[in-house]
Design a protein around this ligand. Structure first.
Ligand SMILES: *Cc1c(COP(=O)(O)O)cnc(C)c1O
Length: 437
């Protein structure tokens, strides 16, 4: 009896001075309306595909913590490489200095990137990787004596939250208060069988009546746009027209990169290769933030000149941080291994099998898959951040599964190390949800 009482007392203390209460005192969370949702769940540990809360309850990380921890959380191999690097060289200014981790990473990236990519520029997150890509494209034309100031983007794309990246993003829930300050962006719808002719016509019109510098796009899968997928042949048609008109193409592979689509990069699946590619998220395996923007020799050459003025004057303090480079290198090594390629095949096949089972379910509108990315739309209309969405979120969390619905879309993008049992548990929870909605 006494033991039980003691437990109660300590539970109370956890409540009052616990992480939840302390969090609310000083922390302002991203994408959160704190008046409606004051509580954040403290996570104390993560390993492989699992997250652990304070009480020791496990959650399967069904979205790999925003598609970063693809090799599993606290991966031992990456951990060892990062630990070693930390003791060797932590940080160095990357203007005027260089180091082996960055050099090795550039070599490893060029080996796996589409073959037209030659140069690697470092920054620190997905938004800045796109910001860099947009600025490169603008200055490319500027350096060649042409002032082009329009960017083309898809209507519902997402490219990040800094001003250039945000301007190119079409999801208005993020953009409302800032729209008056945007750079000039013209939008085309994402292509499908029915609208492709219309999209092409609109693209031609925009190119003819503006001075277009670049087209930025998420290849094959639009992550934040509820994992919307489109056909490689349609995006290829768009890219070809861009090339014909000297419009620089920027593939935002921040979400799609590093094996998720079933190839190294989504751009591998599309015939026409981009001039610029932005990467982040899984690049550093969830260990530390970093981003990379790669480009062709032609882009790079436009910045070479006897005058300093044509150089790319963009820098982030932590550019090519050696620890981040070590994490990225270790991640790429794993991705290239037979073990991880087998994981990717296993997950892809598993999703396919599940899809066969449920795609005709009356509560499901549509399903879609690209590699290890699997998404389904429920047969109900709901707000992206509405009440129903939180109910669905809670349904999964109670079952020990972290899935983050995007409107009425439920998607799985789990770490490659997710076990078959863990996949089955997620499928089971989806089936149970279908019974209850
Ligand atoms: C997440 C994401 C970004 C933004 O990356 P951050 O690191 O959050 O700034 C940009 N583009 C795509 C496609 C993304 O998924």
């Amino acid at each position: 009896m006494k033991v039980e009482q003691d437990n109660k007392v300590s539970d109370l203390m956890i409540e009052e001075n616990g992480l939840r209460a302390r969090d609310q005192k000083h922390i302002w969370h991203p994408l959160t309306q704190h008046k409606i949702h004051p509580e954040a769940l403290p996570i104390v540990k993560a390993k492989g595909a699992l997250l652990y809360d304070e009480s020791g309850k496990e959650y399967i990380d069904g979205i790999a913590s925003w598609y970063t921890a693809m090799y599993g959380h606290c991966n031992e191999y990456i951990l060892a490489k990062v630990g070693k690097q930390m003791q060797q060289l932590d940080q160095i200014v990357f203007a005027g200095f260089t180091h082996e981790p960055a050099i090795k990473l550039s070599e490893a990236l060029i080996e796996i990137l589409p073959e037209n990519q030659e140069k690697i520029f470092f920054s620190d997150n997905g938004s800045t990787a796109n910001e860099v890509g947009i600025k490169m494209a603008l200055q490319y034309h500027f350096n060649r004596g042409e002032k082009r100031n329009t960017i083309i983007a898809f209507e519902d794309g997402f490219h990040g939250d800094t001003f250039g990246a945000m301007s190119a993003s079409g999801l208005s829930v993020y953009n409302g208060p800032f729209e008056d300050f945007f750079i000039d962006v013209q939008r085309i719808p994402t292509p499908n069988t029915n609208n492709i002719d219309e999209v092409i016509e609109k693209l031609h019109n925009i190119i003819d009546s503006n001075s277009v510098a670049a087209f930025i796009y998420e290849p094959l899968v639009q992550g934040a746009n509820a994992m919307h997928m489109f056909d490689a042949k349609y995006i290829n048609q768009i890219l070809k027209i861009c090339k014909e008109n000297d419009v620089i193409t920027i593939a935002d592979e921040v979400m799609t990169g590093f094996g998720k689509t079933g190839s190294m990069f989504a751009s591998d699946i599309i015939e026409t290769k981009p001039d610029i590619i932005s990467m982040s998220k899984a690049l550093t395996a969830g260990f530390v933030p970093m981003a990379v923007t790669s480009c062709t020799q032609d882009i790079y050459d436009a910045f070479l000149d006897d005058s300093v003025g044509k150089a790319f004057f963009h820098a982030h303090t932590y550019s090519a941080n050696p620890i981040a480079c070590a994490a990225a290198l270790a991640g790429i090594e794993l991705l290239q291994s037979e073990e991880y390629q087998n994981h990717i095949q296993r997950i892809t096949a598993s999703h396919q099998e599940f899809d066969q089972k449920i795609k005709n379910h009356p509560k499901i509108k549509t399903t879609r898959q690209q590699g290890v990315i699997y998404a389904l739309d429920l047969q109900i209309e709901m707000d992206r951040y509405g009440k129903k969405r939180y109910e669905i979120f809670d349904h999964f969390m109670q079952k020990g599964i972290f899935l983050r619905p995007l409107g009425s879309t439920i998607y799985i993008l789990a770490p490659y190390v997710v076990s078959t049992e863990q996949l089955d548990k997620m499928y089971e929870a989806i089936l149970e949800l279908l019974e209850s909605v």
